[in-house]
Design a protein around this ligand. Structure first.
Ligand code: C2E
Ligand code: MG
Ligand code: MG
Ligand code: MG
Length: 276
């Protein structure tokens, strides 16, 4: 890292500490749909940082620093609490859905994640069946500790998903060792579906690996009708992407839900995919 990057990282670190104290974070929710029926099957909670001077700062630019500095621990706890609280609020309004929360590997290695999640569930009163955790394939350190934490979380009724599947390493180890429910195909493979024959093959392969292992498979980053139809034809279970909806604040999501769910029915649904 050169000196100016170091200074920028240092400044972001200082500002992140203030952000935690001053409540500058919020969550947006992106719908996840059943690609066969168009129904909402869940929402992914994605953190947003509204900095007083910088404006909206993308997670791509601060999650890494939060991880390196350990600030991801309090930030991650805030995310879990806010997401679970939102689900309970929605449930009070009669709207029930599963929330997926992204976890950083640091939350497994540098904190007692099982205890944190149990406390959050207790505090909010959320039934654990409405919570899913998304992990990436970068959980390299202390596999045994991670696996045992995941097993405890699964026993509570929480589901586990591998995010950005195919971009990490040791994918097959994960499939073998981790108690997972779902694979999320990384958006980089979905993006080039109609330009890169290799990506078509990779997407088809991930779908069949998932199904052979009795896992659900979700495609992320669906932006076009062509991508949606390809995924439907190859029996991908669920999808997320700008083609349906961008991530949005909780209030907006509830208002737009009907329109979002219509997208699958309005576009595509090729012959033979509806009643499989
Ligand atoms: P991710 O978990 O793989 O989330 C998907 C990202 O793709 C999100 O970016 C989402 O807004 C974006 N996306 C969704 N659909 C489309 C699409 O059709 N096209 C394109 N181009 N992008 C799409 P976002 O919100 O900027 O988050 C980026 C990453 O930051 C996430 O990737 C996740 O790894 C991390 N992140 C976000 N929130 C949290 C959090 O609360 N905790 C942790 N540890 N990481 C988080
Ligand atoms: Mg994710
Ligand atoms: Mg992802
Ligand atoms: Mg990602």
């Amino acid at each position: 890292m050169n000196e100016s990057n170091f200074l920028i990282d240092k400044e972001i670190e200082i500002e992140l500490k203030k952000a935690i104290e001053q409540n500058q974070f919020s969550l947006h929710y992106q719908p996840k749909l059943d690609l066969r029926t168009g129904e909402l099957v869940g929402v992914e909670a994605l953190i947003r940082w509204n900095h007083p001077r910088w404006g909206m700062v993308s997670p791509e630019s601060f999650i890494r620093i939060a991880e390196e500095t350990g600030l991801i621990i309090p930030i991650g706890e805030w995310v879990l609490l806010a997401a679970c609280r939102q689900m309970v609020n929605w449930q009070h309004e009669g709207f029930f859905t599963v929330v997926s929360v992204n976890l950083s590997p640091k939350q497994f290695s540098n904190s007692n994640i099982v205890k944190t999640i149990e406390e959050v569930l207790q505090k909010t009163g959320l039934d654990p069946h409405f919570l899913e955790l998304e992990l990436t394939e970068s959980l390299k350190s202390d596999m045994e500790h991670t696996i045992s934490s995941l097993q405890q979380l699964k026993q509570l009724g929480i589901s586990i998903s591998i995010d950005d599947f195919g971009t990490g390493y040791s994918s097959f180890n994960y499939l073998k060792e981790f108690p997972i429910d779902t694979l999320k195909i990384d958006q980089s493979f979905v993006k080039e579906l109609h330009h890169q024959p290799n990506d078509e093959a990779i997407v088809k392969t991930i779908i069949s690996i998932a199904h052979n292992l009795n896992l659900k498979v979700v495609a992320e980053g669906i932006e076009t009708k062509e991508q949606l139809i390809f995924l439907q034809q190859h029996l991908c279970d669920q999808g997320q992407g700008y083609f349906f909806s961008k991530p949005m604040p909780a209030t907006e999501l509830k208002e737009k839900l009907f329109d979002v769910q219509q997208v699958v029915n309005d576009h595509g649904m090729p012959e033979g995919t509806r009643n499989r």
